[in-house]
Structures are given as C-alpha cells and as structure tokens.
Design a protein around this ligand. Structure first.
Ligand SMILES: C[S@@+](CC[C@H](N)C(=O)[O-])C[C@H]1O[C@@H](n2cnc3c(N)ncnc32)[C@H](O)[C@@H]1O
Length: 243
C-alpha cells in the first residue's frame, strides 16, 4: 500500500490527465450554459411581454388578478427569423398593394427589407434592442433612407397602428386572437393583414400561400369587420370569405 502511494506521488501523471479532462468538461459545460443563458436573455426573454389587460379581460369572466398573471406568461413571442420561403410567400400576397406597411415584431428586419424593395414605406416595431440595433445598422449599410424604412423601439400592443394599410405579423399562436381585436379596432379601411405560420384563429382568410411552416395567410380587414358579428358565434363561421 505504502509502495503504491509512493508510486502515485512520484508519478502524478497517471491521474492528472483525468483531472485535465474533467476541468475541460466543466469549462465546456460552463461555456454552453453561459451561451444558452445569453441567447435566452437576448432573444427569448424580451418577447415575454404581457398583453395589455384591456385587451385580455374584455367580455371575459376571468378574475382580474389571476388573468394578469395568465397574460404575463401566456403571451410569449420569442425571436424566430422568417425563412426565405416564408418571406417570398409574404411578398406574393403583397403583390398589387402599396403604401405604408408595419411589421409587428420586426426582428432583424428581413421582412421589412423585402417589403421595402417592393416599394412599401415600412416601419418595424421591435422591443428587443439587439435585434433593433442589428436591423438599423443593416438599413444604414444598405443605404436605405428613414423615409423608406424605419425601425422603432416600441411595443406594438401599446402603439397606434391606424396609419398602416398593410400589416405583417410573425408572432405566436397565443397572441393572435387579442392581436386580431386590436387590428379590427385600429386599422383603416382597405387594410390587409398577413399572418405568417400562425393564422388568426377565428378570421377567414382571403388567400394563402405556401404550406407547412412557411404558410402565410392574407386577411381583408373590411371583410373581417363585416363578418365580426357572425364570428362571435364560431359554429356559424363560414370557411372562406364569399369572394
Ligand atoms: C417570430 S419573431 C419574427 C421576426 C421577424 N418579423 C421575421 O419575420 O423574421 C417575433 C419578434 O417579435 C418581437 N416582439 C415580441 N413581442 C413584441 C412586442 N410586444 N412589441 C414589439 N416586438 C415584439 C420579438 O422580439 C421578435 O423579434
């Protein structure tokens, strides 16, 4: 026994490689955890915003205290960039339209830049300051004037969108119904709303492009407003608009 301890002390190399492996593993684990936490705080956490109470509690028998907690944690809209195919589908549905366009939750601005190159005057609403900085620097780098593309550091829930006749959204299923209520109230006549990946649950779409994860839907606000009383009774909801 004493012999073997002496051997160990004289030749520590036999166990040091393991020790080195372990510290390497620990360092690697720490780096992965730090990177995940960084990504989480930069891109996911900013989307964890509550939908204003006014929108959530109207006409619902939900006790206000619990509904506030519910709003805060069910309205998650993390960052996920549009794919090239999804962006192309949006551009197809925007064909023939012009004027001002708002992208609600504009991320790094890819949808906004695509719409801008088709002649729209675009505003991107974004609450994530890193994505906002990225989109703004892309706009500067591309040499696009602020009259054509404008990225604003604003929460779209508390922003007035009444000057936009074109609205694009790529958000999350849990917020679409409330967003629909806001858009019906605020958008001007002849507006079109395009939803990416997650359709409005009770709105019949006027047209659609693509399939699977890249599917997008266009909604004609005037027709949705005409159907609003019918839509409050989901069982009588028509499958498609009669045009
Ligand atoms: C799924 S990403 C879509 C990004 C971009 N529109 C695209 O198609 O690539 C949703 C974006 O909405 C932003 N967002 C979430 N809630 C928001 C809010 N209340 N106001 C403004 N932006 C919001 C998130 O930070 C995220 O960048």
């Amino acid at each position: 026994m004493e012999d073997s301890i002496e051997v160990i002390l004289q030749d520590p190399g036999w166990f040091l490689p393991h020790y080195r492996d372990n510290s390497l593993l620990a360092a690697l684990g720490g780096a992965v955890l730090t990177a995940s936490y960084g990504l989480w705080t930069m891109f996911v956490l900013p989307g964890f915003r509550k939908v204003p109470m006014r929108l959530k509690t109207e006409d619902r028998n939900v006790p206000s205290a619990s509904s506030e907690a519910w709003c805060r944690w069910t309205s998650k809209v993390p960052y996920l960039p549009s794919s090239a195919k999804q962006t192309a589908n949006v551009m197809k549905l925007l064909e023939g339209r012009r004027g001002r366009l708002a992208d609600l939750g504009s991320g790094d601005g890819r949808l906004v830049f695509a719409a801008c190159s088709a002649g729209f005057q675009c505003t991107g609403f974004e609450i994530n300051s890193i994505l906002l900085a990225c989109a703004r620097s892309k706009a500067r780098w591309k040499g696009i004037p602020p009259t054509q593309v404008n990225f604003v550091s604003k929460d779209f829930w508390t922003s007035d969108v009444s000057k936009f006749r074109n609205v694009t959204v790529f958000l999350a299923p849990g917020v679409m119904e409330e967003l629909g209520e806001k858009l019906i109230k605020e958008l001007p006549r002849e507006s079109q709303v395009i939803a990416c990946r997650f359709p409005f649950p009770t709105w019949p779409s006027a047209s659609t492009e693509g399939s699977g994860l890249d599917q997008v839907w266009a909604y004609d606000i005037d027709s949705i407003r005409r159907l609003a009383p019918v839509m409050s009774k989901p069982s009588t909801l028509p499958a498609k608009l009669p045009f």
